[in-house]
Design a protein around this ligand. Structure first.
Ligand code: ATP
Length: 302
C-alpha cells in the first residue's frame, strides 16, 4: 500500500509556518514540526485536492522510498481530516489520522536556495571545479534514482529543482520536486503528453511516440551542465515556438563558449544528443565528472 510506514504529522503539530514558495498545485512553507525542527512542507492547495490528490500521493510515495545524500529527504506527510468530518466517528483510522487525506509533504529544510539562484547571482558564480563538484553530486543523485527498481524518471531536472545546502566548498546539492516523476516499468515509460520544462525537454518528450526512457533526464542534465558553465538561462533569446521548431528539426544548439573546457563541452554535447541511446548514463557521467574534478585538483596542486 502507498506510504506504508511513513510518519503521519497532524496539521495541529505544525508551527511557526512561513511561506517560501508557490507552485502550480501547491505552496511551499518553512515550519517547525516536532521532533524534526526546521522542515519544508509542500501543501496541496485545497482547490486542487479533488483533482490532483492522486498525483500528490504518487509524489509522496516516490520520495518516501528514496534515501540518498543528494536527494531531498522526506520526513513524513501531513494529514488532515476532511472539513466537516467528525474524526473518530466511524473508525479507528480516522482517530489516528491514518486514513485522513494527505495534504502536505514534509521534507528536510534545505536552506541556501536553488542551484538556479546560485548560478544567477554574480557573487555566487562557480569555478569550474565547483561546477564539477555540484554536477557530480547531481549525477550521483540521478544515478541513484535511475537505479531503483522500477527506475524513477524525474522528468523535470533543472537548476531550479536542485536545492543547495551550505556554501563554498561545503555546498551540497539535493534534487527536489518529484511532482512530474514516474516509475519506469519495463523498457519505456509512457509520456503521451510533453512533461517538464521546455528548454530542458528532450526532443522525444515533445515529438516522440509517447514512450520514452530515463535518458530524457540525461538530456535535461546536458542543458543544466551548460547553464552551470555559462551562468546563462538556456535559449533566452528564443520564443517557445522557435525552441520547438529547432528541437523538431534538430537545429537547436546551445552556444558553448570557446573558452570552455573540452571535456565539459563534450559532456554537454553527448548528454544533449538527439538520439537517447547515444546519451551516457548518469553512472558514466559521474565517472567522467570525477575525472574532470581530479584533473582540476592536480592543476591546483602543481
Ligand atoms: P514549481 O511549480 O515551481 O515546480 P512546485 O510546487 O513543484 O514548484 P517545488 O519546486 O518542490 O514546488 O518547490 C518550490 C520552491 O520551494 C523551490 O523552488 C524552493 O525555493 C522551495 N523549496 C521546496 N522544497 C524545499 C526544501 N526542502 N527546503 C527549502 N526550500 C524548498
Amino acid at each position: 500500500s502507498p506510504l506504508r510506514g511513513v510518519v503521519r504529522v497532524r496539521k495541529t503539530e505544525v508551527s511557526n509556518e512561513e511561506k517560501i514558495g508557490e507552485g502550480a498545485f501547491g505552496q511551499v512553507s518553512r515550519a517547525d514540526v516536532f521532533p524534526y525542527g526546521d522542515v519544508a512542507i509542500k501543501w496541496i492547495k485545497p482547490e486542487h485536492i479533488a483533482k490532483h490528490s492522486d498525483a500528490f500521493l504518487v509524489e509522496a510515495d516516490i520520495l518516501a522510498n528514496l534515501n540518498h545524500p543528494n536527494i531531498v529527504r522526506m520526513l513524513g506527510v501531513v494529514t488532515s481530516p476532511p472539513a466537516g468530518d467528525n474524526a473518530g466517528d466511524c473508525n479507528g483510522g480516522a482517530a489516528t489520522g491514518v486514513s485522513d487525506p494527505v495534504v502536505g509533504i514534509v521534507t528536510e529544510f534545505v536552506g541556501n536556495g536553488t542551484l538556479g539562484q546560485v548560478v544567477r547571482s554574480p557573487s555566487g558564480r562557480l569555478s569550474t571545479r565547483q561546477c564539477a563538484r555540484i554536477a557530480l553530486q547531481v549525477a550521483l543523485g540521478m544515478a541513484y534514482l535511475h537505479s531503483q527498481s522500477p527506475a524513477i524518471v524525474h522528468f523535470d531536472l533543472k537548476p531550479e529543482n536542485v536545492l543547495i545546502q551550505g556554501e563554498g566548498e561545503n555546498m551540497v546539492a539535493k534534487i527536489a520536486d518529484f511532482g512530474l516523476s514516474k516509475p519506469k516499468h519495463g523498457k519505456y515509460v509512457s509520456c503521451p503528453m510533453p512533461r517538464g520544462t521546455l528548454p530542458y525537454m528532450a526532443p522525444e518528450v515533445v515529438f516522440g511516440n509517447g514512450e520514452v526512457s530515463e535518458k530524457v533526464d540525461v538530456y535535461s542534465m546536458g542543458v543544466t551542465l551548460w547553464q552551470l558553465h555559462t551562468g546563462e538561462e538556456p535559449f533566452m533569446r528564443l520564443s517557445n515556438q522557435e525552441i520547438l521548431m529547432g528541437l523538431e528539426s534538430g537545429t537547436l544548439h546551445l552556444p558553448i563558449p570557446s573558452t570552455c573546457d573540452p571535456e565539459w563541452r563534450s559532456l554537454v554535447e553527448t548528454c544533449m544528443d538527439p538520439n537517447p541511446d547515444n546519451r551516457p548514463s548518469f553512472r558514466e557521467l559521474a565517472t567522467q565528472l570525477r575525472g574532470i574534478l581530479n584533473n582540476k585538483a592536480r592543476t591546483v596542486n602543481t
